[in-house]
Design a protein around this ligand. Structure first.
Ligand SMILES: NC(=O)c1ccc[n+]([C@@H]2O[C@H](COP(=O)([O-])OP(=O)(O)OC[C@H]3O[C@@H](n4cnc5c(N)ncnc54)[C@H](O)[C@@H]3O)[C@@H](O)[C@H]2O)c1
Length: 350
């Protein structure tokens, strides 16, 4: 078998997502290898480097970009690190894989887009559901026209009690609460399966009510504390996004809401519709209703497929990644409009 070249990657941020998802994926990755790592918490970077056999360890991205022999960076920092790290990396000529969300707000996102375009580097936003087999199956159906015109979607990322700890609740570090943290995953799943139409109008509201709960017996995603860590973002949000092609998406997201927890994505086209959870396709066959439960591979390889795809784009020199900057900026436009609509009490025209 032909031996494939591996791109050399510098990991930025040695926290949970790096240790629990990205670095385990690199261990099985045929075309990318982490050779350097940095974290503002040097001890954390050192410990992670020991665990994963990474030779070069730094306490700042600037030093890593200057000294490490890398072609790309993989950004796994708090959300407020995404823009400065991406811009510095692009200016240093490094390709960028960036954890979701792209940025804290739209103006940062546009600065990132300029830096990446000016440098001509390859960029991909890391949203693993795009590499889930159910999503890939449905996107394939969409592209073949088998769903018809997809004109309606409804998507939920509802946790009854699931506020993450640490920096996630601190707006100056996270940019926002469940909408930007977990809502983005489901909004993106629906948007991708609608063919990524251009968003044109958004009306939404967000609430800060019960997220700072003391409920016992519930589990949480542990984020590291940031300086002056506080809880000042929303704990739930809901709204409607309209698209240029006339399609509409309803969304809801919560870290804490007095209802049943659920993850749900429904898309409806003129030829067929589908739910992702459970994976079911609703159509018609021989003039009768059809309800198909398709068995796809299980999706525990999403992060691996994501990293391999990004590395493959770098090796081929193509900027057409599965989540290019143009779409990442459009996603940020939707997130920004949700918060702007909530703040102003008005519909936002994009
Ligand atoms: N794709 C997913 O399903 C998923 C799941 C969880 C988190 N995430 C994303 O991953 C990112 C990290 O989340 P986490 O849960 O790993 O957080 P974490 O707190 O566990 O780790 C983040 C690490 O980044 C470091 N850091 C912060 N700013 C830095 C900077 N400027 N330079 C270098 N290091 C810096 C922190 O010291 C910390 O060690 C976030 O953007 C989050 O939205 C994605």
């Amino acid at each position: 078998m032909e031996k494939r070249e591996k791109i050399k990657v510098g990991i930025v941020g040695a926290g949970n997502i790096a240790n629990s998802a990205h670095l385990p994926a690199y261990q099985n990755c045929g075309n990318a290898v982490p050779v350097a790592i940095c974290d503002i918490n040097f001890e954390r970077a050192k410990k992670t480097a020991e665990t994963y056999g990474i030779e070069q360890v730094y306490s700042s991205v600037e030093e890593m970009l200057q000294k490490a022999d890398i072609e790309a960076v993989d950004i796994c920092t708090w959300n407020n690190g995404h823009a400065p790290v991406c811009i510095a990396a692009a200016k240093a000529g490094k390709h960028v894989l960036c954890e979701k969300p792209l940025a804290m707000n739209l103006s940062q996102a546009l600065e990132m887009q300029k830096a990446v375009d000016d440098a001509g580097v390859i960029f991909m936003l890391a949203v693993p559901s795009r590499f889930g087999y159910e999503n890939m199956y449905l996107r394939d159906m969409y592209e073949k026209g088998e769903l018809g015109e997809v004109y309606y979607a409804k998507t939920s990322a509802i946790r009854r009690r699931g506020t993450p700890t640490g920096w996630f609740t601190d707006k100056k570090t996270s940019g926002g609460g469940p909408v930007i943290d977990i809502g983005i995953h489901r909004i993106d799943a629906a948007w991708y399966l609608m063919g990524n139409p251009k968003p044109v109008r958004v009306s939404a509201n967000v609430f800060t009510k019960i997220g700072n709960y003391q409920t016992k017996g519930v589990s949480r995603w542990i984020g590291t504390p940031c300086p002056d860590n506080q809880f000042d973002c929303e704990d739930s949000g809901a709204g409607v996004i309209h698209f240029e092609n006339g399609a509409t998406m309803l969304f809801e997201a919560s870290w804490a809401l007095n209802t049943q927890s659920k993850e749900e994505t429904i898309i409806c086209g003129t030829k067929a519709g589908a739910t992702l959870e459970p994976f079911t396709i609703y159509g018609e066959r021989n003039d009768h209703l059809s309800t198909d439960n398709i068995t796809v591979f299980n999706s525990d390889k999403k992060f691996l497929l994501e990293i391999e795809h990004f590395a493959d784009c770098v090796l081929k020199g193509t900027r057409e990644t599965k989540y290019p900057m143009s779409q990442a900026v459009d996603m940020q436009r939707m997130l920004q409009a949700i918060y702007d609509s909530a703040k102003s009490g008005k519909e936002i025209i994009l």
